[in-house]
Design a protein around this ligand. Structure first.
Ligand code: AMP
Length: 377
């Protein structure tokens, strides 16, 4: 399939070829025609699937058609909500790239910086606003943003927004939008709270799911350590004392668990940092930067906080707990062994977690080696 087959207009097609995109990704193939037909979308997809273009291209096409037909309504016509400043900036850059041949004005709004330039940009008039919920609501309450002309709403990484405690802000923002609008809802996972939120916002949505690639799991050296819950921390310190481990991303199920693991590692002389939704944006950025630059050797993360973490030459992924969803396992270990590099994934499994391990075996269609000889077996 080509982008032409998706009925995109010429200015978008030429922008895409300038980006070097030769064909649509699976999510783009599924979502773009459906959005262009006016449907609401419930999309389950991770970063890296090309989901930004999947919603940005149809929105640019709609807004361009409106302008071309002489509709010069001022006011914000599309609103994109994203959980973090980095993601909001990235989406805004995507609008610049894909909209480079169109006269559609867009801007980004996020907290932690002065609001003056954001207010000035709003005054000049914009068609598309990409925003994090907190600052947007703040500007709305001060009377700087009116959302009564919004026709397209996108929620990106909805599960992360819930994890970061944005649910009430999101509800307040949505209450101020016209009821008649088209809504695109993206989330990497679909737990009950997410389904409930989506149900409250979407009208007869079309479901678009991108299932994870299990193939990568075959290229990574995987092993499991059977160990009781109490002995997991000593086992982790024991393994990480091996200096030949260049860097390791350790996954815990909870934020509290991540903090406890970091504390224990530090006590044992192993420098580690945690990254999760309770940490400030600055703390998370600092930890991530340190890990990427190899200044920090061990990063302990929850699944949602680790989303989008793409580290060059990550040698080890360690599952401190076995994830309940087998797909999560595949996503986690897929962080290592990228671009033909070798990667290792270790999983700590207590007796209650064996059932999850069984499901993982079923999904990846192979057994994982068991390391029997370790001091905490
Ligand atoms: P996203 O999942 O939206 O964050 O996109 C992941 C990456 O894929 C970004 O760097 C995009 O620029 C890139 N990308 C998006 N669509 C395509 C495509 N059709 N072909 C090649 N690269 C793409």
């Amino acid at each position: 399939m080509t982008f032409q087959d998706l009925n995109l207009i010429a200015p978008l097609l030429s922008a895409l070829s300038k980006q070097g995109y030769s064909e649509p990704t699976p999510i783009q193939e599924k979502a773009i025609p459906s959005i262009l037909q006016g449907n609401d979308i419930f999309g389950c997809a991770q970063t890296g699937t090309g989901k930004t273009a999947a919603f940005a291209l149809p929105i640019l096409q709609f807004l361009h058609a409106k302008k071309a037909s002489g509709n010069n309504n001022t006011g914000i016509k599309a609103l994109i909500l994203a959980p973090t400043r980095e993601l909001a900036l990235q989406i805004n850059e995507s609008f610049s790239a894909y909209g480079s041949n169109l006269q559609i004005r867009h801007m980004v709004i996020f907290g932690g910086v002065s609001q003056h330039s954001q207010i000035n940009a709003l005054r000049k008039g914009v068609d598309i606003v990409v925003a994090t919920p907190g600052r947007l609501l703040d500007l709305m309450n001060q009377g700087h943003v009116r959302l009564n002309a919004v026709e397209y709403l996108v929620l990106d990484e909805a599960d992360q927004m819930l994890d970061m405690g944005f649910i009430n802000d999101i509800k307040k923002i949505i209450a101020r939008l016209p009821a008649k609008r088209q809504t695109v809802f993206f989330s990497a996972t679909a737990p009950v709270e997410i389904k409930r939120l989506a149900d409250s916002m979407l009208r007869n949505p079309v479901n678009v799911n991108i299932t994870p690639v299990t193939a990568t799991a075959n290229l990574i050296k995987q092993a499991v350590y059977y160990v009781s819950q109490e002995k997991k921390k000593p086992l982790l310190s024991h393994l990480l004392k091996d200096d030949s481990i260049a860097n390791a991303l350790v996954f815990t199920r909870t934020k509290h668990g991540a903090d406890k693991v970091v504390k224990d590692l530090n006590r044992n002389g192993i420098k580690a940092e945690a990254i999760h939704g309770n940490k400030s944006q600055n703390a998370r950025e600092r930890a991530l930067k340190g890990f990427k630059s190899k200044a920090i050797r061990v990063l302990v993360a929850t699944d949602i906080a680790s989303r989008g973490i793409d580290v060059d030459k990550l040698t080890h992924v360690i599952n401190f707990e076995i994830p309940e969803q087998a797909e999560t396992y595949v996503h986690r270990i897929g962080r290592t062994g990228r671009a033909g590099e070798s990667g290792t994934a270790w999983s700590f499994c207590n007796s209650e977690e064996r059932i999850y391990l069984k499901n993982i075996h079923k999904l990846i269609k192979k057994d994982i080696d068991v390391i029997k000889s370790h001091p905490f077996s």
